[in-house]
Design a protein around this ligand. Structure first.
Ligand code: GLA
Length: 383
């Protein structure tokens, strides 16, 4: 194992990504369509479902309840559209029980050991909603609140801007946190998510999106035949409660080596302590690239459909989770029972338990600072 070496990341997301192009002479507001429909009610507030579609065959449905991506349609190699994310057909499904399908996660994506952390010599106690740990923002995280929503049409893109003011003390976190999450659709087949937050008192922030991908477009099949490449030499080994042990482990020669394209199912079931702990992959990979590197860090390929998804992010890590807690008891869209490993998540984020691990990149946000993070999920076809 290698001792962790801190490194600096530039969180100025906007300059990382090249400008998008439009097709033809028309402006995006003319070629990218947006539909709004009522999606029910939560916390006494009306919830809306937005459908944003471009001319290239990408169509995404997003609701302002939890900022959830409920559907993401992209064409396969024959041009046939398919929905590549898990979810429910209606709001009630999400209200009843959801393992964070497609949602925005906050204030803290992933686990905080023992459900507590200290900041400026004060200890904050959070919900222990995952055995002895705190997970994904607590009992009622950002995935379960109604966000203010606004559609902004720009020359080359359509944006869905979601805003939420998380009050001081919510779920035990300090400071009033003003959060803005923007979904951006342009004429490329990608979904870009920009995260922004400010606070009036020192706090911690680690936002992500928890989409469950199945690039076959058929969640009745597992993702074990998907091929994955993660440009990363290290992952974070975890203890039995999935909390990082503080060191980086080299992936070389282990089932965690995705530095070249590799079938996910190849080593997922080998007798290996680290794998067994997560019931499959449920670990954070570390990106050691230098700052301002705009290249894709992760590529996911499904040979049967030809769909390729690339992930580009400003974040220093990514939790790769293979749907190990799906067990067929949840029936999702179209009446499909979501079985073990029928989807996977690629959650770009800071490392789990960072508030308690001083050697990890900081997740502290102070008044006067701006939390900025950006991730793109880009789709294409490989013959
Ligand atoms: C994350 C975690 C997993 C699991 C899922 C939600 O990916 O790392 O262990 O909790 O969320 O089921």
């Amino acid at each position: 194992m290698k001792k962790f070496q801190p490194f600096i990341f530039c969180l100025l997301a906007a300059p990382l990504f090249t400008a998008c192009s439009t097709s033809g002479q028309k402006e995006a507001s003319e070629v990218i369509t947006v539909q709004e429909e009522p999606f029910g009610e939560a916390d006494g507030k009306k919830v809306t479902l937005f459908t944003i579609s471009n001319q290239q065959g990408l169509s995404v449905k997003i609701t302002n309840y939890g900022g959830i991506i409920t559907s993401l349609i992209v064409p396969d190699k024959t041009g046939k559209p398919g929905d590549v994310v898990l979810g429910y057909d209606n709001l009630q499904g999400y209200l009843d029980k959801s393992p964070y399908f497609g949602s925005i996660i906050g204030r803290y994506g992933n686990r905080i050991a023992g459900g507590q952390f200290s900041l400026n010599d004060k200890t904050y106690v959070l919900a222990k909603n995952n055995n002895t740990n705190h997970l994904h923002g607590g009992v009622k995280g950002f995935d379960k609140v109604v966000w203010e929503a606004e559609v902004v049409r720009e020359e080359k893109a359509v944006k869905l801007v979601l805003k939420y003011l998380s009050p001081d003390g919510e779920e035990g976190y300090p400071g009033n946190l003003q959060v803005e999450v923007t979904y951006i659709i342009d004429e490329r087949n990608q979904v870009r998510i920009d995260y922004r937050a400010t606070t009036d008192a020192p706090t911690i922030v680690n936002l992500t999106n928890h989409s469950y991908f199945n690039l076959i477009g058929d969640p009745a099949q597992t993702i074990l035949d998907h091929e994955l490449m993660i440009k990363s030499d290290y992952f974070l080994p975890v203890d039995s409660t999935l909390i990082p042990m503080g060191e980086l482990m080299k992936v070389t020669g282990t089932p965690f080596d995705f530095s070249e394209f590799r079938r996910i199912g190849d080593s997922i079931d080998v007798e290996q302590t680290q794998i067994l702990r997560g019931g499959g992959y449920d670990h954070c990979w570390v990106f050691t690239r230098s700052s301002n590197d705009p290249e894709n860090l992760v590529s996911l390929f499904d040979p049967s459909s030809g769909r390729l998804m690339e992930v580009i992010t400003t974040e220093p890590g990514m939790q790769f989770y293979t749907g190990n807690f799906l067990d067929g008891t949840i029936t999702g869209k179209g009446g499909v029972a979501y079985k073990f490993r029928s989807a996977l998540c690629l959650e770009t984020q800071h490392y789990p338990d960072s508030p308690n691990q001083p050697d990890f990149p900081s997740v502290t946000l102070n008044p006067g600072e701006e939390y900025l993070s950006s991730t793109i999920y880009r789709f294409s076809i490989e013959p």
